[in-house]
Design a protein around this ligand. Structure first.
Ligand code: CTP
Length: 474
């Protein structure tokens, strides 16, 4: 039994789809192969996201045959690339024509020529993604591994099938993908491959911002230690090209007895800290950028050391152009701007005294994002001194308690009798005037003291049985 057969057991929903595709291939007399991430992820024991199929012959015609057999109407065709997508429940079956691609030197538009399986796999990004599993009857489940992808998966290596300069020049986004896979899988980028990134990095300019941002988003969503990707980007020079605002934080010293890391390393630590707490993209993004104005606001103050007065406000103003350039949504932009502007407020409250009014103002300014803001502030504690960490953490605990306390008070203040004035007037036979307010407050008091529950019926019954006394008190 081929070892892949063990990884694709017959009762597995993905296997069922693959076996149906194999039948369609047989009926249509085409050579079809499962390629790409699905094999990599199976071998690594990760969940299968999408199914990529390569056929020797027309990928588009084969996609139509799949759709027909699965009784699906939707086929998204990309004739220029010889590919088509068939959405099937929550997965996407992508079918491509096996190709030997040649790219024009200064654009990403490929000149596609039909090729065989070996050529197709050789034009792929990394050896771990250049594995193919046969979907053909006589060789079902058989693995084609022309570039030692299995070895690299086992050894944890990211390496290109061809000379890396060629592979990266064909599609420079692959440089970022190398860094993402390395961070996501905990793999090492093989030395020659990494050196090639430094050589080819300037070709990144031919890639659309949408594709770069999509990859950056995947990087920021890496479950643990997304910082690794930024360290690699810094090392090979890609960070200066993609996110110069973050690259500029490198070497900005903030040691003044308070922080011990430069702003770049501090920001990456904040990012990793927040990644432990949440996978929310906008919060992770804000963690990365919240100190972007520190280089511009850095001043030396005698007796205090380095200061960064106003970096939160200037930083907030830098967020908009940055997000526009990255083509992030307005929602993310506004969120990141607000959080950057407010990121010092909780600490200021903790230090200057936790008053009701300061907490209330912060709650109003942060609105629905108050919890995220506190999460960011906690992640912002990167001191190595456990005593200081404990002290800052306790400060935030006090702010959080105070927020809960003030919200509770405000909830009670906003609390209203379930019986409205006009009904009180009807039951008590009153005209509009202060007596109505007196009765209403008495009902509210009965609810707040726990004498009756906070319901319309209970309030009505209470009023009916106490109206004589209440009216006599007025
Ligand atoms: N591929 C490539 N060059 C790219 C993008 C993709 O060679 N710039 C190839 C790789 O063989 C890859 C396959 O196309 O495995 C499918 O691409 P995609 O779905 O983007 O990636 P996956 O490998 O499936 O992984 P992920 O979904 O995590 O990106």
């Amino acid at each position: 039994m081929a070892f892949l057969e063990l990884l694709f057991p017959p009762d597995d929903p993905i296997t069922k789809i693959l076996l149906r595709i194999a039948q369609i291939a047989e009926r249509n007399n085409v050579d079809a192969y499962l390629v790409g991430g699905a094999i990599r992820d199976r071998i690594l024991g990760h969940e299968t996201k999408d199914i990529d199929v390569t056929v020797v012959g027309s990928g588009i015609e084969f996609a139509k045959a799949i759709a027909h057999s699965f009784r699906l109407k939707k086929v998204l065709e990309y004739p220029r690339f010889g590919t088509a997508m068939v959405p099937y429940h929550d997965i996407i079956i992508e079918v491509a024509t096996a190709r030997s691609e040649q790219y024009e030197n200064n654009s990403r538009k490929p000149k596609v020529a039909e090729g065989n399986l070996h050529e197709d796999l050789s034009r792929r990004d990394f050896t771990i993604n250049a594995l193919a599993m046969s979907l053909n009857k006589e060789s079902l489940y058989e693995l084609s591994d022309y570039f030692q992808g299995l070895h690299d998966l086992d050894a944890g290596i990211i390496r290109t099938p061809l000379d890396p300069v060629t592979t990266f020049s064909e599609d420079p986004l692959r440089m970022l993908r190398a860094i993402r896979f390395s961070t996501q899988l905990g793999f090492k980028i093989e030395d020659e491959t990494f050196r090639a990134i430094s050589k080819v990095k300037d070709r990144m300019v031919i890639i659309s911002q949408e594709r770069i941002t999509e990859e950056l988003t995947k990087i920021l969503k890496v479950p643990r230690k997304p910082s690794q990707a930024f360290l690699l980007m810094k090392k090979c020079g890609l960070l200066e090209i993609i996110l110069p605002e973050i690259a500029n934080l490198d070497g900005v010293d903030q040691k003044n007895g308070y922080h011990h890391k430069d702003v770049f390393n501090h920001s990456l630590q904040v990012l990793d800290n927040i990644a432990e707490k949440t996978d929310k993209f906008e919060l992770r993004f804000t963690a990365l950028i919240h100190d972007i104005a520190k280089p511009q606001t850095k001043r030396y103050v005698e007796g205090k050391g380095w200061t960064f007065y106003g970096h939160e406000e200037l930083g907030a103003r830098m967020v908009k152009p940055l997000c526009r350039r990255l083509k992030l949504s307005n929602k993310i932009m506004e969120y990141a701007e607000k959080m950057t502007r407010l990121h010092l407020r909780p600490i200021a409250i903790a230090e200057e005294g936790v008053t009701d009014s300061a907490v209330r103002r912060l709650c109003v300014d942060a609105g629905e994002h108050i919890e995220d803001l506190i999460t960011l502030c906690r992640a912002d504690i990167t001191s190595k001194n456990p005593r200081k960490v404990a002290e800052y953490t306790a400060n935030f605990d006090r702010v959080v308690d105070k927020i809960a306390e003030v919200e509770e008070k405000d909830r009670l203040r906003a609390f209203q009798s379930p019986l409205h004035g006009d009904e009180i007037m009807k039951i008590c036979n009153l005209s509009p005037g202060p007596a109505v307010g007196y009765v209403k407050r008495a009902i509210e008091e009965a609810i707040l003291s726990g004498e009756i529950p906070n319901t319309y019926e209970a309030a009505k019954m209470y009023l009916e049985s106490h109206k004589k006394r209440l009216l006599s008190e007025i």
